[in-house]
Design a protein around this ligand. Structure first.
Ligand SMILES: Cc1ncc(C[n+]2csc(CCOP(=O)(O)OP(=O)(O)O)c2C)c(N)n1
Length: 513
């Protein structure tokens, strides 16, 4: 057995059965080994940032890591932005990076690069296999690292001779270490704060924003009068009927400061203290009050749900029914508005849908009008590196087994970073409806100009304009095998959504906003 075959067999034995790939010469033996082993689903992405973003979306829905296959340092570098996003979302991913053969590396051939250095920027675990006999052992350790601490990025770099040399040994699956244990003092302290203090905020992030944690947090809130919110940067929120009407801390610094001003105690559950995405002249970096005391119930590598359960027990908080969000709204008609689109989405969304939200400026208020939608999962961009929405939607569809409709709320500028994901959606016949929000500009940056106190002139404004020439989204989608149509009204958009939900494959709606 060569090293490559031992790699594929070890991944399968460790429970990794999906590989998002963009291969090159140094990965040819891995690709060949895929034909010799049964059970590995391989999905081709046409740019590495699509590959890594798909692996992120897959993990968020499946709760277990996929592998990526990337070509040398430059291939890894292309995938770094979405690995950055995945790291911040606490997604477990096993990157396999093929590299120059051990003896070829000193010759400084063209694709030789510091793959190790690039990997370290985003990975919790990095290793380069030295010989074929080590590949299986190293791959098992990579999977273990990817599953540890509530999900991490692990990168295994394989010089090509470690793949083609004989002597491969299949590695045994390794036990995943439990997450760092809860701090009983943090639970006790949280209980004391909640019992004795007013103006307490419980801030949820990470997997503490999923349904089971919400139900526990709601019991605590009902018993103590605390307020619940989700952090703005939360990767995965379960929403709709049966879930809490949870608002996120606003993106806008002034609004965030205003929202958080009244809280004297903030209990952080997998959340970090809320700070602005950026600093702005004359504005605070920290969005919470200077008087507020922060209490870390759990860090993001700990189990927030278990901590909330411990807090429920500490407080003896009784069961509490999740409030009813009211009647499901109707489709809105006329020209698109953010509120109208959110309401229309809530009106037509199928049960158990997944929303991949990279709507950027247009989607800031989508939550309010979608509480009464059927239960659904909502995925956000947490690392701020745009170009995640389309790959996330694609990977999420695969992670959900192709059985749930994915609705991608996608701003046009961000879509252009990774639009190749549409081709993978078509090839894999994935049930993804992309609502492409076409405003032909980098709208958010116009607001940011004003926020930093800069005065944009015509040259500056032309840097934010995507209208010269216009991007033709129906043609772009069709060119990658995805059916598409344009809508200029909300009722038109609703009709196309319904039509797309009846089909099994992908569909793109270009909504002119
Ligand atoms: C990787 C990366 N490159 C650049 C940026 C800077 N950036 C933030 S938002 C944005 C434009 C977003 O435009 P669009 O997706 O059309 O959304 P809109 O602003 O129109 O709502 C850019 C370029 C970023 N956040 N990440």
């Amino acid at each position: 057995m060569n090293g490559a075959k031992s790699l594929v067999e070890t991944l399968l034995k460790s429970g990794v059965d999906t590989c998002f790939a963009n291969p090159g010469t140094s990965e040819m033996h891995f690709v060949a080994a895929l034909d010799q082993s049964v059970g590995m689903r391989c999905v081709l992405g046409l740019q590495e940032n699509v590959v890594t973003g798909m692996a992120d979306g897959y993990y968020r829905m499946k709760g277990k890591p996929a592998a990526t296959l990337l070509h040398c340092g430059p291939g890894l570098a292309n995938g770094l932005a979405n690995l950055h996003n995945a790291r911040r979302a606490k997604s477990g991913i096993v990157n396999i990076v093929g590299d120059q053969a051990t003896y070829h590396r000193p010759l400084d051939a063209p694709l030789t690069a510091d793959a190790d250095g690039l990997a370290r920027a985003v990975s919790a675990w990095v290793r380069t296999s030295a010989r074929s006999a080590d590949v299986g052992r190293d791959a098992a350790a990579a999977v273990q690292a990817a599953r540890a601490s509530q999900g991490q990025i692990a990168t295994l770099i394989l010089p090509s001779d470690t793949s083609w040399d004989e002597g491969g040994v299949v590695g045994d699956a390794l036990v995943v270490p439990a997450s760092p244990t809860l701090d009983p003092f943090a639970v006790q302290n949280g209980g004391a704060v909640l019992r004795t203090q007013k103006n307490v905020l419980i801030l949820l992030a990470g997997r503490a924003a999923l349904g089971a944690s919400q139900a526990l947090a709601w019991r605590i809130a009902q018993a103590t009068g605390a307020t619940l919110m989700a952090d703005f940067v939360t990767g995965h929120v379960q929403r709709g009927r049966g879930r809490l009407q949870l608002e996120r801390v606003p993106y806008n610094t002034d609004m965030a400061v205003q929202t958080l001003a009244r809280f004297e105690h903030i209990i952080l559950v997998n959340a970090k203290p809320p700070v602005g995405f950026f600093a702005y002249p004359g504005k605070p970096s920290k969005q919470y009050s200077e008087r507020a005391q922060l209490h870390v119930l759990t860090r993001d590598d700990q189990d927030g749900e278990a901590a909330l359960q411990a807090l429920v027990d500490e407080l003896g908080a009784p069961s509490a029914a999740i409030p009813d969000p009211g009647a499901r709204p109707d489709v809105v008609t006329g020209a698109p508005t953010p509120e109208g689109l959110a309401q229309t989405l809530a009106a037509v969304m199928p049960d158990n849908a997944i929303v991949s939200d990279e709507s950027v400026s247009y989607g800031r208020g989508f939550y309010k009008n979608t509480y009464a939608a059927p239960a659904h999962d909502w995925l956000h961009l947490v690392g701020g590196a745009i170009g995640a929405g389309l790959p996330l939607a694609t990977g999420a569809a695969i992670g959900a087994g192709g059985e749930r409709r994915v609705i991608n709320l996608q701003a046009d500028g961000s879509a252009m970073y990774s639009l190749q994901a549409l081709w993978t959606q078509a090839r894999e016949r994935l049930p993804v409806t992309t609502i492409l929000l076409n405003n032909r500009k980098y709208s958010i940056l116009i607001g940011e100009y004003h926020a930093v106190g800069a005065a944009p002139g015509p040259t500056a404004m032309s840097m934010l304009d995507l209208g010269n020439p216009n991007l033709e989204w129906v043609k772009l989608a069709n060119g990658m095998g995805v059916e598409a149509a344009r809508a200029t009204t909300l009722e038109g958009c609703a009709d196309l959504m319904r039509q797309s939900f009846r089909q099994s494959g992908p569909f793109l709606i270009e909504l002119m906003i």
